[in-house]
Design a protein around this ligand. Sequence first.
Ligand code: FES
Length: 109
Amino acid sequence: MSEDFIAVAQSKDVAGGSLHRLEVDGKPVILVRVQGKVCALAAICTHEHADLSEGDLEDETIWCPLHSSGFNVFSGEVTSPPAEIPLDVYDVREGEGYILVSRNPRARD
Ligand code: FES
């Protein structure tokens, strides 16, 4: 197991269609399972810091509960304003019943 990944949940506890908030090295992160794949993203909206785990998940989009910005769960990109800055995205590994998340977000181009 790589030191850069930490186990954060059991696979059975992350069902499709819901947002799961947790912390990775003290950083708030949300896990979502979409199309069978688990994604991990920063849990705080880049617009005015709302907790996205209190938002809604619709297909591949997380909707912020405060001003309804949309973010793509796979890329973290903004799909609907007012947010302009994408969410950090963390690499995820899943196997043997566990979900592991990278300690650091994926680098952006
Ligand atoms: S705080 Fe999320 S859209 Fe404003």
